[in-house]
Design a protein around this ligand. Structure first.
Ligand SMILES: [Zn+2]
Length: 828
């Protein structure tokens, strides 16, 4: 008895221990999971039949990270069950409505052309199945056969592509056929042959009809909202979507598209400008500007000011904006809409995986068929990079050493009324050139900066000395930014040497005083920082609280005055700020920067104090900054367009961290955004960013050091779904190691996420499309026809993006849009 008991107890103990061990193992496993992800992905891919899973693994175990599945949220169990039942009833009643995926073969001899190619993916003869399915041509058992087969197919396709280069095009066969008459889309839908994934059946959304109708109503409201805000501020809105919103506008569409031309006819390199600082010659006028509740109004003269008759430049007032923002906030919280968008996004990912599965070889073949062009010699734009950190750490180190050697006796700063030469500055730090190393510079982000934006900000100071930052990395210092200009010019000439790389550098305007703009322009022109490969954005740090704390200003309006008054003046009277007038032609827009994760109250009511009454010590919320920047830019743009001058766009840092309301502001107010990481958590917004094709400049290496580990970055998922994403570096000084940071960014993305050459070229094409380089330049880079929609706007000899990929993206977008608009029109 006792023995038995003891045994039992022992057994129990053992079992418990075992359990504990397993638990421990699980725990440590969980801990190790992050590092192991890669290995796991491989295992998964070799186990699961969907080999594309390895490419975009996010719908495997990662999925829950990417987006919170709304229908799994425990808050709505009953709704969900009801919904399911409703669907089932619908299906039973309407037998015909069963939707099924059919893989539609294009009625050509595609099938016979490459039978073995699809065959090898899904071979029907039993025993080989499991081996073949995961990457068939890499299975060691049949290496030679497989390789031969692959080569044979590629040869076949290449020959076919070359033979039929012209005859290969025919009118679109896909979707939206009935919409085409309805929406007047007969022209330029010429697309190549490839295997299309299409869905047949009446209702294709997988949610009950009334949910679909309600969802489409909401989505269309949101799309119209963005269109209004973009139109009102001279920013661009996706043409395709615009045509769905207003079919009549298609006829009145004034955009003049140029025709496709070969590289011989229309080169790939734009001719260089003669004197870059030559500015349009326009006469001065006497216009007057007065701020009205935070937004500037333009008056013809003083008389009109007295009569209170401003020129009628439209912009949404604060009340409208707050109402619209609340509408959007409600929308993204709507349960059924969340489910709908989540489902559409999942569908888009899966559709892309099928597309790649079926067409990968064709895409590769058409890339191979293009002479001369490859990933290295297509245009890329670094769409998000800060000027103060655009050089890598080695470059900065070399530059400091060189300057210390050649200009040791130059006076570089004044401290406590005493002039200091560069040599003295270094002596005061007990340093010689020999001592200096990259480690000592200590500007690189490391594991200690993760979720510590404050620490990251401190890294902008070489050797932890703000004095060095001031001497080398500022435009406004004792030397008038001489060294900074020199190092920027070195970066520019590296870009020029690479020929195909371009950058949109951010320079700061703080809004501290009225002279900032003139100083910046003087710096640019005197040190001649112009380069064909560089355009500028103005970043405005959200630092009101700091200025207020230091008693530099009384209210928020002063920041707006300091930023916008000089711009309005120079637009009215170019001779009043001659240098600024010249420099502004190379400024493409505004960025808004700071730590988004700082606590703030993201919602504000319409009774929020206007900027002249914002005397609080606290910083205004993100949305407040964005709205007043947007509204003033809108007025300024109307005025500048009327004067025949270039206009500006808003491209803020948005959705890197902090509340998701930032992303609503981005959606409503800005042409495109930087980061957008948090879209992964908001399906409704993510789907809207897709439908409106809002550009997102993503910097996964920067995120990796600050906010989100690389392997969890949503970029591959966004790309798969067809969001317009591009790769950018953010801060090469802090994040990159090599001489070509942008290539480093592409290289790591390609390796970690197994991007194909086609994916990379698509990212590069996106970066040019969303960049602010002038239309004329883009015509050289992408082809004179690049503004056309779909395949008609692609020139593979310049972009190296296969027509197949462009056609897939375009047709998919048409499908999504017509899905929604069909339901919308049906419901009346
Ligand atoms: Zn940035």
């Amino acid at each position: 008895m006792t023995e038995k008991k003891e045994e039992e107890i022992n057994n129990k103990k053992e079992r418990k221990e075992e359990q504990r061990n397993t638990e421990k193992e699980t725990n440590s496993k969980r801990e190790r999971k992050e590092e192991q992800r890669n290995t796991e992905e491989q295992t998964i891919s070799s186990e699961s039949p969907s080999y594309t899973g390895s490419r975009f693994p996010t719908d495997g175990p990662d999925f829950s990270n990417e987006i919170s599945a709304p229908y799994e949220v425990p808050q709505f169990p009953i709704e969900q069950i009801e919904k399911k039942l409703a669907i089932q009833r619908q299906i039973t009643v309407k037998n015909k409505m069963i939707t099924k995926i059919t893989l539609k073969n294009v009625p050509n001899d595609v099938g016979s052309e490459s039978p073995s190619y699809t065959g090898s993916r899904f071979p029907t003869d039993g025993p080989d199945f499991s081996n073949e399915i995961s990457a068939p041509y890499e299975v060691p058992q049949f290496p030679i056969e497989q390789i031969e087969k692959k080569l044979a197919i590629q040869r076949q396709i290449t020959v076919k592509v070359l033979e039929d280069k012209r005859s290969h095009y025919e009118p679109s066969l896909v979707g939206a056929v009935d919409e085409q008459d309805h929406l007047g889309m007969e022209e330029h839908d010429f697309v190549p042959h490839f295997q299309r994934v299409s869905i047949s059946g009446e209702d294709t959304s997988g949610v009950p009809l009334e949910d679909l109708e309600k969802a489409s109503r909401l989505l269309i409201t949101a799309l119209k909202l963005r269109q209004t805000y973009m139109d009102m501020s001279h920013q661009s809105f996706c043409n395709t979507t615009a045509r769905f919103i207003c079919p009549e506008s298609a006829q009145h569409n004034e955009i003049k598209h140029d025709d496709k031309q070969s590289i011989e006819e229309h080169g790939i390199h734009p001719p260089s400008r003669g004197n870059p600082w030559e500015a349009p010659d326009i006469p001065d006028n006497t216009y007057v500007f007065k701020a009205h509740q935070g937004v500037y109004h333009v008056y013809v003269d003083e008389e009109h000011v007295q009569k209170n008759e401003p020129i009628n430049y439209p912009y949404p007032n604060l009340e409208t904006f707050v109402t619209d923002m609340n509408t959007m906030c409600q929308m993204i919280a709507d349960g059924p809409l969340k489910s709908f968008c989540y489902r559409r996004l999942s569908y888009l990912s899966s559709k892309f995986q099928l597309h790649v599965l079926l067409n990968e070889l064709r895409e590769l073949a058409s890339q191979k068929a293009v002479p001369h062009r490859d990933f290295y010699n297509i245009r890329k734009v670094d769409t998000h990079i800060h000027a103060a950190s655009c050089m890598n750490q080695k470059h900065l180190l070399r530059f400091i050493k060189k300057t210390l050697k050649n200009h040791a006796d130059e006076v570089v700063t004044v401290t406590d009324g005493k002039q200091m030469t560069l040599k003295e500055v270094f002596q005061s730090m007990n340093l010689t050139t020999y001592d200096l190393t990259v480690d000592m510079l200590d500007v690189h982000a490391d594991r200690n900066t993760f979720h510590r934006f404050d620490k990251f900000n401190a890294k902008y100071n070489p050797i932890g000395e703000s004095r060095l930052r001031e001497v080398f990395l500022k435009t406004d210092n004792y030397l008038n930014g001489k060294y900074f200009a020199r190092i920027i010019n070195e970066v520019s000439s590296d870009l020029e040497e690479s020929k195909y790389q371009n950058a949109e550098l951010r320079l700061s305007i703080y809004g501290k005083n009225r002279e900032e703009w003139d100083k910046l322009a003087k710096w640019a022109i005197e040190s001649n920082v112009y380069s064909d490969n560089v355009r500028w954005l103005i970043q405005i740090p959200r630092l009101y609280d700091i200025f207020k704390l230091n008693k530099l200003m009384k209210n928020f309006q002063e920041i707006m005055d300091n930023i916008f008054l000089p711009l309005l003046e120079v637009t009215a009277r170019p001779t009043s700020h001659p240098e600024l007038h010249k420099f502004l032609q190379y400024i493409i827009g505004f960025d808004s920067v700071d730590d988004e994760s700082k606590p703030e109250n993201p919602l504000f009511e319409r009774d929020v104090p206007t900027p002249d009454n914002w005397t609080d010590d606290e910083n205004p919320p993100y949305a407040y900054y964005q709205y007043y920047m947007y509204a003033n830019i809108a007025v300024l743009n109307h005025f500048r367009a009327e004067r025949g001058l270039n206009t500006f766009v808003l491209r803020p840092h948005c959705g890197e961290a902090g509340p998701i309301q930032h992303l609503i502001c981005g959606y409503m107010l800005s042409e495109n955004i930087s980061h957008g990481l948090l879209l992964r958590k908001v399906p409704v917004l993510q789907y809207l960013y897709y439908l409106a094709q809002v550009g997102i400049a993503m910097s996964p290496l920067s995120n990796n050091s600050l906010f989100l580990n690389y392997h969890r970055n949503p970029l591959p998922e966004y790309l798969a779904r067809g969001l317009v994403v591009s790769l950018s570096t953010d801060d090469p000084l802090q994040f990159h190691f090599t001489k070509e940071p942008l290539m480093e960014e592409y290289s790591i993305a390609a390796q970690v996420w197994k991007l194909s050459s086609c994916d990379m070229c698509e990212l590069a094409r996106n970066s040019v499309l969303m960049s602010g380089f002038p239309h004329k330049m883009k015509q050289y880079w992408l082809g004179p026809n690049y503004t056309k929609e779909g395949v008609a706007g692609n020139d593979i000899t310049r972009t190296n993006v296969p027509d197949i990929r462009v056609a897939f993206r375009y047709e998919t977008l048409l499908d999504e849009l017509s899905n929604i608009f069909k339901a919308y029109h049906k419901s009346g």
